[in-house]
Design a protein around this ligand. Structure first.
Ligand code: ADP
Length: 505
């Protein structure tokens, strides 16, 4: 494979990235990673490849094939053939369940390898990536239960007709993935796509495709027929755009930034495909003085540093009732200071590096914007003196909800502490955002908790907890946080067409 981007001499020793699991070195040793089209591992038709890095030490982990529109078309054609000949949708539903359960078994078998590979590629701590692999396993197990339970209904609306509905797969789904938690994001899309009998072309994020490619190997090992899942690695404006615009793709399921989501919606309008968008957030985490303050402090820290601060639903706007503000910010700073920043493969590390150079630059730029905008750095705001894309957990005080750091998604371990006066003010400020993905409330007043849950304009509300998802519970957002929702039965509905049949009696 020709590398068009980085000289081969730059590849670090594939066995020396610090992973203890032998499968990781074995995977990285063959450092040219092809893509999966029609059950075969192929290079890009142009021969191009690009480098995929390790954000902890800025070395290269592998080169992966760089798909262009021609490669995407080949993958879509393979998925189309698989969708049209029914090699997957036509299987007995129990057989589809069995294969999805086998995928879960294989993920379990390789869980530590996958977690370490994910940590190397995206810098998230090994605790986080182990959790993401467990999440992927739960997703395949949960959706493995669905194929045998999906059915239409009969409608006795008109006695002169036998009227019933059929639930049919859409056909070919293009899944465009983010780089923060590739293994979890790919399972979030693929488990329901496959449970509903669809075929897929997956485009992992260019920064973190490695665990998705490994998942491709596991899907084949589990017995998924060739062409049912195809994986094209490449860049958004090239491969992602080609997938979005392709007339043989029936649906696009995307997770990523709101700006890119808007481009995808516009591009998919040309062929009017079903478009499911899981986008950004600016979650308000609202602390009332009657809460368990120590628990609220610890969870607030977790709530903006989980995934190294790179999660769409993280609690980056921390609203604290005015009388509690000083005490809370002092306690949060102490907790942040105790957090270990370092090698994400180290079991004691609490915060790893940001995912890649551009992300690091972006977060540092926002820290500057916060300072220039008049907010005060109560903790962090600087970068540890070491290689890698590290930023210390950063807490801004004196923030008002109209400042840019309170309005725009930063996607790094940066929190804004904002004061509020009373419940109405907390609701008003919490809802005053372009986003509406999630919200959290801390209070021991049960009536206030439920009142707030009703009043907050967010797809998910947490009370006395944060950043909790369940595979069986729908997840989606209001406003510019997305279109449609994922998880639970919602993903089943979104990937199916309901067909009505009328038989004259
Ligand atoms: P970020 O969170 O870094 O802004 P994006 O939201 O831009 O990331 O990217 C998420 C996914 O969308 C990635 O797989 C990326 O390659 C893809 N992507 C980026 N731009 C486009 C585009 N114009 N069309 C389709 N996919 C895109």
């Amino acid at each position: 494979m020709n590398s068009t981007v980085i000289d081969r001499a730059d590849v670090a020793d594939p066995a020396s990235h610090g992973a203890t699991e032998p499968g990781v070195a074995a995977f990285l040793r063959s450092s040219d990673r092809p893509m999966l089209v029609d059950g075969k591992w192929v290079e890009a038709s142009s021969g191009a490849a690009f480098a995929v890095g390790n954000p902890t030490n800025e070395t290269i982990l592998a080169h992966v094939a760089q798909a262009d529109a021609q490669d995407v078309a080949a993958a879509v054609a393979a998925a189309r053939r698989a969708a049209d000949d029914g090699r997957w949708s036509g299987l007995h539903p129990a057989q589809r369940s069995l294969i999805l359960n086998r995928v879960a078994d294989l993920l379990e078998r390789d869980s530590e390898m996958l977690a370490q590979l994910e940590t190397l590629n995206n810098g998230m701590t090994i605790h986080v990536t182990r959790g993401l692999v467990q999440y992927a396993i739960s997703l395949f197990r949960y959706y493995a239960g669905w194929p045998t339970k999906i059915h239409g209904a009969t409608n006795p609306g008109d006695p002169s007709m036998l009227n019933y509905t059929l639930k049919e797969p859409l056909g070919v789904v293009g899944a465009i993935l983010p780089w923060n938690g590739s293994i979890g994001a790919s399972a979030m899309k693929l488990a329901p796509i496959l449970a509903t009998g669809n075929c897929a072309v997956v485009k992992p994020a260019e920064q973190a495709p490695l665990t998705v490619l490994r998942l491709g190997e596991l899907l084949l090992e589990a017995g998924l027929p060739d062409g049912v899942v195809n994986i094209v690695t490449g860049f958004g404006p090239e491969a992602g755009k080609a997938l979005t615009e392709h007339s043989d793709v029936d649906c696009i399921a995307f997770t990523g930034s709101t700006a890119t989501g808007k481009q995808i919606l516009a591009a998919s309008a040309g062929t009017l495909k079903r478009t499911i968008l899981e986008l950004g957030g600016k979650t308000p985490n609202i602390i009332f003085p009657d809460a368990d303050i120590d628990a609220a402090v610890q969870t607030a820290l977790f709530g903006f540093t989980y995934m190294n601060g790179q999660g769409c639903a993280l609690g980056t706007r921390i609203f604290v009732q005015r009388d509690l503000y000083e005490e809370f910010s002092a306690k949060l700073s102490v907790a942040a200071k105790a957090m270990t920043v370092g090698d994400p493969l180290d079991e004691s590390t609490g915060l790893g590096p940001l995912g890649f150079r551009a992300q690091y630059d972006r977060v540092n730029k926002y820290i500057g914007i916060g300072r220039d905008g008049g907010a005060t750095v109560a903790h962090g705001g600087d970068n540890p003196d070491r290689k890698g894309y590290f930023v210390r957990p950063t807490i801004f005080t004196g923030v008002t909800n109209d400042m840019r750091i309170a309005r725009e998604e930063i996607f790094g371990p940066v929190a804004s502490l904002i004061a509020f006066d009373d419940e109405d003010d907390a609701v008003f400020q919490g809802n005053d955002s372009d986003y509406g993905l999630a919200a959290a409330v801390w209070t021991n007043d049960i009536t206030r908790a439920h009142r707030m849950a009703g009043r907050l304009k967010a797809g998910t509300v947490w009370v006395n907890t944060m950043a909790w998802l369940d595979v069986s519970c729908p997840f989606g957002g209001y406003k510019q946080s997305g279109l449609g929702s994922e998880l639970g039965p919602d993903s089943i509905d979104q990937f199916m067409q309901t067909k009505a049949v009328f038989v004259k009696l």
